[in-house]
Design a protein around this ligand. Structure first.
Ligand SMILES: Nc1ncnc2c1ncn2[C@@H]1O[C@H](COP(=O)(O)OP(=O)(O)OP(=O)(O)O)[C@@H](O)[C@H]1O
Ligand SMILES: [Mg+2]
Length: 596
């Protein structure tokens, strides 16, 4: 007996559907594409139960007559391709004629449709089987109503994530579609509540509603004939701390391309670390110049001439960036300072600018427990570094010294108000002041959360943070936990949250606090298996990064205290992001370098 069996049609349909439809957002994407393809200028979207209960898409497009309506749910039924040659010249979104068929296979589907001047019809389909055909109101356009997704494939249902997560993906799908099709207006309701009403055809106005004023308000525009390139990007001094405000549309279709993204980043060379451009890029090109069918969900794009596209984008964006006025301090690395050392204090010969990442904080003094330490000791700069004339500082020496400890450390001065220079018995140690403080702060914060010993400071005016509705959904999932970590947030509108408390340990400038919350919104979007530890680490790391770093001169006592605080840390060698905090050079190495 043969082992090979031909699968019956309904089983095959369910398998095929899995390729196209992984989750509610996949359904919505297909339905929106169809509505846009049908020439709709207005689309109403209703989402109930995070799309698991209902997704309804109503459009005012061309509609279908009775015959087309019945055909639309059949496999390989498409009005968009008639023969093989069409494949190359196809300008509409889809060509597989598989979307509605796939949705129908795994849900309960009702479609009503009506062409202009014709009569309306409605079909209902369950698990791929046509159940009924009946007359419907004669309103031109189409309404597709999908209920109970995966009701007949419970295994797939189990793979779906929390409602908030699925809803965030659904909203992201709408956000992309709305930025791709500016001539189409969109209204979106989730569980009956309006989330978006996008009627502005102007790209920046629409972007303001989706990305927030903060980001969209600063974007500049580039237009170029080649590839129909039309782009909006944030300038170098207004980069965002999240990576997901990046949209790319080719022939109005939301796609992602590694080549394109890398080219943009290359143009932003010299940007501060961990800062990202937000961008909306539109391109048009003949369908034969790129391939989007390499992925069942039609997302990644490969260009026929990847190199040409790469250099074009890098050069076009790069030129515009270098011609636009960017504050000098963002582009220049500070010139070397001439140090004069006296009594452990450092004075540079001119006011130095700190690197962009760390100078965002004002000249706010961080209460680093200075009062607990001895007066700064006064030292002479040794004429020669030898064991003999190395004076031992009086600063505290930790009880359990970590492996890296080479103390006692004698503070000599600071370079660029950033690097602290210490003399040790074996040579020289340079400490990254800000990274070290970040580490100490980070561990202190983690301990305070653990001990439920966190001081919290209410803000006089709650800080407002705008972000895409999809990110708000994700962030609000964290709200109860964030409260235990000292940040109280509440949802103000579909796209805005308010922060009303911060932990005492941190000092934020308003902008930095806002950035911190926005970053969290974006990170929460990751399918994060959020154990408490992971949440704590993420928040602590981000908060440390965003909190204000002191910029003032540091005294010898403070510098040495910082060193011993670091020694008390679990990992004093690295900042919370894993970068090294210090480098040591032995006297021997120095002697070798200087040919002694
Ligand atoms: N909202 C709509 N308005 C008018 N016609 C529609 C609509 N949705 C679907 N159709 C018709 O049904 C056909 C089948 O749709 P379906 O999404 O399954 O395939 P497709 O869009 O042609 O290709 P793809 O599988 O790539 O999406 C379409 O070609 C179109 O003719
Ligand atoms: Mg389609």
């Amino acid at each position: 007996m043969s082992n090979i069996r031909v699968l019956d049609e309904s089983v095959a349909a369910k398998i095929a559907a899995g390729e196209v439809i992984e989750r509610p957002a996949g359904v919505l994407k297909e339905l929106l594409e169809n509505a846009v393809d049908a020439g709709a200028t207005h689309i109403n979207i209703d989402i109930d139960g995070a799309g698991k209960t209902l997704i309804r898409v109503n459009d005012n497009g061309a509609g279908m007559d009775k015959e087309d309506l019945e055909l639309s749910v059949a496999r390989h039924s498409t009005s968009k391709i008639k023969n093989f040659e069409d494949l190359d010249s196809l300008n509409t979104f889809g060509f597989r004629g598989e979307a509605l068929y796939s949705v129908a296979a795994v849900s309960k589907l009702a479609i009503s449709s009506c062409v202009k001047g014709g009569g309306g019809n409605k079909i209902t389909v369950e698990g791929g089987k046509l159940i009924s055909v009946s007359p419907a109101p004669g309103i031109a356009g189409t309404t597709v109503e999908m209920r109970d997704i995966f009701y007949n494939t419970p295994a797939r249902l189990k793979f779906l994530k929390s409602d908030a997560y699925e809803r965030a993906l659904l909203l992201k799908t709408v956000e992309e579609s709305a930025l791709a099709n500016l001539n189409v207006s969109y209204t979106v309701r989730t569980d009956g509540k309006q989330v978006y009403n996008l009627i502005e055809p102007d790209v920046l106005k629409r972007a303001e509603q989706i990305l927030g004023k903060e980001v969209a308000g600063t974007m500049f525009e580039i237009k170029d004939m080649a590839y129909g390139f039309h782009a909006f990007l944030t300038p170098l001094n207004k980069l965002t701390s999240v990576r997901d405000l990046q949209f790319c549309f080719i022939n109005k279709r939301p796609l992602s391309s590694k080549t394109l993204q890398q080219a943009v980043y290359k143009a932003y060379q010299g940007r501060p670390r961990e800062k990202h451009p937000a961008f909306i890029i539109y391109m048009t090109m003949p369908p034969s110049d790129f391939d989007v069918n390499i992925h069942p969900q039609k997302r990644e794009v490969k260009f026929l001439r990847e190199n040409a596209v790469f250099s074009f984008i890098m050069n076009t964006v790069g030129r515009k960036l270098s011609s636009s006025a960017v504050p000098e301090e963002l582009l220049q690395t500070p010139p070397p300072a001439v140090l004069t050392i006296s009594g452990g204090k450092t004075e540079s010969s001119y006011a130095l600018k700190e690197p962009p990442e760390i100078f965002s904080g004002g000249p706010l003094k961080q209460d680093y427990g200075v009062k607990d330490f001895e007066e700064p000791a006064s030292y002479d700069v040794p004429s020669e570094i030898t064991d003999r004339n190395f004076e031992k500082p009086k600063s505290s020496v930790p009880q359990d010294k970590p492996v890296w400890w080479q103390g006692p450390y004698r503070f000599l001065g600071a370079v660029h108000k950033t690097f602290l220079v210490f003399e040790t018995e074996s040579g020289l140690t340079l400490l990254d002041q800000h990274a070290a403080r970040e580490r100490v702060l980070y561990e202190k914060y983690m301990r305070e959360i653990d001990k439920r010993d966190l001081g919290v400071q209410p803000l006089m005016f709650p800080v407002q943070a705008d972000m895409p509705a999809s990110n708000v959904e994700n962030l609000m999932l964290w709200a109860p936990w964030l409260k235990t970590a000292g940040f109280e947030i509440s949802q103000f509108s579909a796209r805005t949250v308010l922060v009303s408390t911060v932990p005492n340990i941190f000092r934020f400038k308003e902008d930095n606090l806002r950035e911190f919350i926005i970053s969290l919104g974006a990170i929460a979007g990751d399918p994060l298996k959020s154990s408490d530890t992971l949440k704590k680490k993420t928040v602590a790391m981000l908060a440390c990064k965003k909190s204000i770093k002191a910029k003032e001169d540091i005294s010898a006592a403070e510098a040495e205290a910082l060193m011993s605080d670091l020694a008390a840390c679990e990992d004093g060698m690295h900042c919370p992001h894993g970068r090294p905090v210090m480098v040591s050079i032995s006297a021997l190495e120095l002697a070798k370098k200087l040919g002694r």
